[in-house]
Design a protein around this ligand. Structure first.
Ligand code: SF4
Ligand code: SF4
Length: 368
């Protein structure tokens, strides 16, 4: 496992994110599966020493699980990161004590102000939370203080400049590097010399499987590399990246990721070009190229608002099924499931789109 120096300690470059554990609920209580303990133990025994959790993950059970599992190991051999989220709780003083108790520890190694957004930065800054956390850092109850952000780059910069932070956590992956905010956030933190903890390096699993054609490009270049490992290799190659968090919830995944972080090789210029070529094709094949001209809507016998539904489907394909709620907000007489496959729309479409196929695809997703 690659280790990188961080101030006076060394951190494994791969960290275990403890957000995506499966839970079972036999008695109405949230219980994390035994598999979670197996994954944490495997991670620790194979060189991972950074364990990330938060009080909002599994309603506190993620912290409890990390605390329970890690309590059998020497406290000086691993580092725990947890967070405070003002949207879920206002009483940060009580929460801090609860977290120490759940994590079975007398100090937190890495403490983050959780999920800075454009809409909550003012509340965070006026709440007194960061001053309180700075006191805890002075007392030694917190070793390093940081924040995680899902905000615009301008908001991230404002928060980064508001106090003395030791590190920051951002969503960083090759897809968002090109099509999202990752690059500008990364550059803002690099400019300030703030070490970067990476979350969502595989974009919640979306970059684990691409379209067959884009996967073929990657497989041709390196048949032995998994598709996910390309995403991890991309972030691993960026200077200033300290820890890459991966929410591994089975042993197969964790073994593959540990293999990726077993050497400090970085992507070559050719590999980067290959990855960008695969990404471009993935994006093209993923996106339905509807221009919104609305010619198709004029002849649809069941009055489906086709371009609006295609926009939702593009969003779902790129960003995940949780965006399906947007389909219910589309103003439309007919729904995707009402499509009768008459194809009068396709005859009108200048882009020759297979509209009934997409309506069926969206209708099936909405059913699940
Ligand atoms: S195929 Fe479906 S979407 Fe297209 S016109 Fe017919 S009913 Fe409407
Ligand atoms: S005709 Fe084709 S391109 Fe135009 S809005 Fe309909 S689906 Fe989109």
């Amino acid at each position: 496992m690659i280790k990188k120096p961080f101030k006076d300690i060394e951190l494994s470059m791969l960290g275990l994110g403890n957000m995506r554990f499966h839970t079972s609920d036999p008695k109405g209580e949230s219980i994390i599966d035994k598999d979670a303990f197996e994954v944490i133990d495997y991670a620790y025994k194979n060189g991972i020493n950074y364990f990330d959790t938060a009080h909002v993950y599994n309603n506190g059970d993620s912290e409890r699980c990390v605390g329970e599992c890690m309590s059998k190991y020497d406290r000086n051999t691993f580092y725990v990161a947890t967070k405070f989220n003002i949207n879920a709780c206002k009483d940060y003083k009580k929460m801090f004590d609860d977290q120490l108790s759940r994590l079975k520890t007398d100090h937190i190694d890495f403490y983050l102000v959780h999920c800075i957004l454009d809409g909550n930065i003012d509340e965070y800054l006026s709440s007194g939370l960061v001053d309180f956390l700075e006191e805890k850092r002075t007392e030694g109850k917190i070793r390093y203080l940081g924040f995680s952000s899902h905000a615009s780059t301008a908001t991230l910069e404002r928060f980064a400049d508001s106090h003395q932070f030791d590190f920051a956590q951002i969503q960083l992956n090759y897809y968002d590097w090109v099509y999202g905010n990752s690059k500008s956030e990364y550059e803002a933190l690099r400019k300030r010399n703030i070490p970067i903890m990476v979350m969502e390096p595989v974009r919640g699993g979306r970059l684990s499987s691409l379209t067959p054609d884009s996967e073929a490009i990657l497989k041709k270049a390196h048949p032995e590399w998994s598709i996910s490992s390309w995403a991890l290799r991309f972030v691993k190659s960026l200077p200033g990246v300290q820890v890459v968090l991966s929410g591994m919830n089975n042993l197969e995944q964790i073994k593959d990721n540990i293999e990726t972080f077993s050497t400090d090789d970085v992507l070559s210029k050719e590999d980067e070009a290959t990855l960008m070529q695969a990404l471009e094709l993935f994006k093209k094949q993923l996106t339905i190229p509807c221009t919104g001209c609305r010619y198709c809507t004029k002849t649809c016998p069941v009055q489906i608002n086709i371009p609006e539904y295609l926009t939702v489907l593009n969003d779902v394909k790129a960003n995940g099924n949780f965006n399906l709620w947007k389909a219910d907000k589309v103003e439309s007489e007919g729904k995707p499931a009402d499509c009768i496959g008459c194809r009068s729309c396709t005859a009108q479409c200048p882009q020759s789109l297979n509209i009934p196929f997409y309506m069926e695809e969206l209708a099936n997703k909405m059913k699940k």
